[in-house]
Design a protein around this ligand. Structure first.
Ligand code: CTP
Length: 448
């Protein structure tokens, strides 16, 4: 009996998939088909797979060619499978020509001609209209966004808005964007969605106007600085059937999600403490301090630390207290926020004028998880126990600047409107806004 194996994502099952499975089956007696998991696709940079793995498996099954379907979830698995299933022939499309020659040590490798004119990528672009997104603001993060959006299919950065035309023009030139505008109304008419990356205090008005005009909005953290503003934006988005998402890259990063879910699954017992620290030394003439009203370490960095805390303990804190060192012009250079929850406590430490170790430590009754800085771009973390011989390190992918993950989720949310995001929930975003509000009240009470 001759065993043949082939692999693929098989998203939006199409004629090309059908043909390759048919021909692969004809090459032997028994065909094994490996279908990739979402996590594996994500880790190899394939971010826009539309269908869940179970649906993709179902479609492969319905083709009638597969004698066995397996899941592919890690690099190097092909060699394992070939040996495990005593595979005689490995088959893949000609778009991979030469890439799998290393398997010749284990079995025959056959590249089959691809079916012309069809692919999942093409089908996705036909099925879903290309989203034209406009960037509001032209600072550092806006530039990173444009660069990262190029890794995500289904979205095109069409232009930039800045009330100062000179800045808009320079940005559009640098990033080769078609549109630059200083008139927000006109700008909105040209796009389907906006990415708001303007100064913190302006997010609300820009997002509100965009949603009112039926545009989707991805808003840089902190999305807004008042609880009521967050609630208003979410209810407007709901009424208009538009997507509103807060852009905290960490929330959408595979490593961070994995770390949180592992922590929540009882590995370290019941969680009693979260200590999250993020510091980044900056000069006085940076955006963080020039914005004397809403700048400072808490508004700038606490979205990350608070995200970890609320992900672990939920959004029903019993109390929060702040303690800050303020700069002369007003904004805080260093802030500690202490939280109490029903069954635990937490600390957020943020600094722009104080450098600290910057780790995230989640402590439980049976052990702790430690993630070193930059934990907000989670690539690896360690699960530690009393018996250190049981300690375990976990690694994950974090590609580029990481914004591609949130952008990819934003695209998926738009294309499948109705899927409410679990990676950063509305409740969490509203809670973050409330914390910003409470911090700013505290700051005011200190006369700063
Ligand atoms: N394939 C093919 N002809 C096509 C498209 C895909 O023969 N027109 C083959 C691929 O070469 C691979 C298998 O089908 O061996 C599964 O490919 P997959 O990556 O799932 O499909 P694509 O349509 O190429 O997906 P994408 O556009 O997302 O890369």
């Amino acid at each position: 009996m001759k065993t043949v194996i082939t692999y693929g994502t098989f998203d939006l099952f199409h004629e090309g998939h059908y043909n390759i499975l048919k021909r692969a089956k004809e090459l032997g007696d028994y065909l094994i088909v490996g279908v990739t998991t979402e996590g594996y696709d994500m880790s190899r940079g394939k971010l826009n797979v539309v269908e869940p793995v179970m649906d993709r498996i179902e479609h492969v099954k319905q083709s009638g060619f597969a004698d066995q379907i397996i899941i592919e979830d890690h690099v190097g698995q092909k060699i394992e499978d070939i040996q495990k299933y005593h595979v005689d022939t490995f088959v893949i499309g000609s778009d991979w020509l030469g890439k799998f020659d290393y398997l010749k040590e284990y079995c025959e490798v056959v590249y089959l001609e691809r079916t012309k004119g069809v692919s999942s990528t093409l089908k996705r672009s036909e099925e879903y209209k290309l989203i034209r997104i406009g960037v509001v603001g032209s600072g550092r993060i806006a530039g990173r966004f444009v660069a990262e959006a190029r890794y995500v299919s289904g979205i095109h950065v069409a232009g930039v808005f800045n009330p100062h035309m000179e800045s808009a023009r320079a940005f559009a030139k640098e990033y080769e964007l078609d549109i630059c505008e200083d008139d927000y109304d006109r700008f909105l008419r040209e796009v389907d969605a906006v990415y708001v990356a303007s100064p913190h205090g302006t997010h609300y008005a820009y997002a509100l106007q965009a949603l009112e005009q039926g545009k989707h909005a991805l808003v840089e953290k902190p999305m807004v600085l008042k609880k009521a503003e967050a609630e208003r934006l979410f209810s407007l988005a709901y009424a208009k059937k538009r997507v509103l998402m807060e852009a905290i890259k960490t929330a959408y990063a595979p490593g961070f999600i994995r770390m949180i879910t592992m922590a929540k699954s009882g590995l370290i017992g019941e969680i009693r403490d979260v200590e999250a620290c993020f510091t980044k030394l900056t000069g006085d003439n940076t955006r963080e301090f020039l914005d004397t009203e809403y700048g400072g370490s808490f508004t700038e960095l606490a979205s990350y630390t608070l995200l970890s805390i609320f992900k672990i303990f939920g959004c029903d804190e019993q109390g929060v207290e702040f303690s800050s060192m303020f700069t002369e012009k007003g904004p805080d250079g260093y802030t500690k926020a202490y939280f109490t929850f029903k069954n635990g406590i937490a600390t957020s430490k943020t600094g722009l004028k104080v450098k600290s170790e910057g780790a995230l430590v989640i402590s439980g009754t049976g052990g702790y998880i430690r993630v070193e800085a930059p934990w907000w771009k989670t690539k690896e973390f360690e699960i530690c126990y009393e018996d250190t011989s049981k300690n375990e390190k976990v690694y994950s992918q974090f590609q580029g600047d990481g914004l591609r993950y949130e952008i990819s989720d934003f695209v998926n949310a738009i294309n499948h409107y109705g899927n409410t995001g679990y990676k950063l929930t509305q409740e969490e975003s509203v809670k973050l806004a409330e914390m910003m509000e409470r911090f700013l009240e505290y700051r005011k009470s200190k006369g700063s």
